[in-house]
Design a protein around this ligand. Structure first.
Ligand SMILES: [Zn+2]
Length: 373
């Protein structure tokens, strides 16, 4: 969903996904062949198509304006914005982080629909004296923007209305995490309801409208679930430290030993899959894993040292024992590593492996009474 870069506004990348071409063609086609001929009769096909394309481009421009509304207000509240992407189901503004307080969150959420309402009212106001085909285009543009604002204000997180609801709960005294979880639960329910209404709509008012609503409902439901899960995971990750998850006091491997010895004596005995590597003075210089050995041909194992194949310390994620698990996760992510060393000064006190993280996740989920996922 990265899309093609079409421009920048105040440092925010504006991107358009290829799926917009399909949906844009569908909208222009339904305008040119059905909607506009009904609203303003007796024009040529060519005129309807030109008007349909103009209206469609205007519609997408208004979608970008909606997202810019969120984004510029976010910037004014001190929240950076990475990009705005238009895709099949609308626009998405990617903020660098959530708002710091509920009032800022509320302003950011409301700004998008406010822009749509303004576009809608301006379209309708200009349409009234206009009449004719251009009047029909403005009328459609005005109505679709008001419809968009109304739809976005449904209390279905992550739609804007759901974000307003989240900010409102947060301002009312719930913690940010609890407010998000609650708004996400309601969002999941509304998303599911949209799916059902979409199914009914297929039978009563046509395949396209029904399938579109189903798709949006499904997207809302999944996005709500992902958001709720993200909140649970993050609050869990903040409440544990590296000390809680690590395997303590790992055995070290001298860097000068051969990888043949490493494989035969240590790995084959099935104890661990990764070890800190030390030099002659006992100082930690890296981390060796079974997979580090794979790149060396078997015939060279007796003459290649562990030090030659290890990951050097500067490329290993290292955290202090009191680092929280989300700091640990970030350190591992930055280096695309699956293991980390926990060091107290120069001394390795523990090693964190993927199974340690999985064990913690399951333990916490069982403790919270939620299903492990
Ligand atoms: Zn919005």
């Amino acid at each position: 969903m990265n899309g093609v870069l079409i421009g920048r506004v105040r440092g925010i990348e504006i991107r358009v996904s290829w799926s917009v071409a399909i949906i844009g063609w569908l909208i222009a086609w339904s305008l040119a062949s059905e909607v506009l001929p009904q609203m303003a009769e007796g024009r040529s096909d060519r005129a309807y198509w030109i008007a349909g394309i103009v209206a469609t481009v205007g519609f997408f421009a208004a979608l970008v304006a909606h997202e810019l509304g969120h984004s510029l207000v976010a910037q004014s509240q001190g929240v950076g914005v990475k990009s705005i992407t238009l895709w099949m189901l609308g626009g998405v503004a990617r903020l660098e982080r959530p708002a710091a307080d509920p009032s800022a969150a509320m302003r950011i959420a409301v700004a998008g629909p406010a822009v749509s309402i303004v576009c809608g009212l301006v379209g309708l106001a200009l349409a009234i004296p206009g009449g004719g085909l251009s009047g029909a285009v403005l009328m459609w543009f005005g109505s679709i923007n008001l419809l968009l604002a109304g739809f976005n204000l449904l209390p279905a997180f992550p739609l804007d209305g759901g974000r307003v609801y989240q900010a409102w709960l947060w301002r009312g005294g719930l913690s940010q995490d609890d407010a998000t979880a609650k708004a996400a639960r309601l969002g999941g329910g509304v998303g599911q309801a949209m799916v059902w209404v979409g199914i009914v709509e297929i039978f009563f008012s046509g395949l396209l409208a029904g399938v579109w609503l189903m798709a949006i409902g499904w997207f809302v439901r999944e996005a709500s679930a992902a958001e709720a899960q993200g909140v649970r995971r993050e609050s869990m990750l903040r409440s544990f430290t590296a000390l809680d998850v690590m395997t303590p006091d790992p055995e070290s491997v001298p860097g000068s030993r051969s990888i043949e010895w490493f494989v035969d004596d240590l790995v084959s005995s099935g104890r661990h899959a990764a070890y800190p590597v030390v030099d002659g003075t006992g100082r930690v210089i890296g981390l060796v894993e079974i997979k580090s050995v794979r790149s060396s041909p078997r015939a060279t194992w007796s003459t290649t040292s562990v030090q030659a194949v290890m990951t050097p310390l500067e490329d290993v994620p290292v955290v202090a024992p009191n680092a929280t698990v989300d700091q640990l996760a970030r350190a591992m992510e930055e280096r695309s590593a699956t293991r980390a060393l926990v060091m107290d000064g120069d001394v390795v006190v523990g090693i964190v492996s993927p199974s340690d993280v999985v064990r913690l996740t399951i333990a916490v989920q069982l403790a919270q009474g939620t299903e492990p996922v």
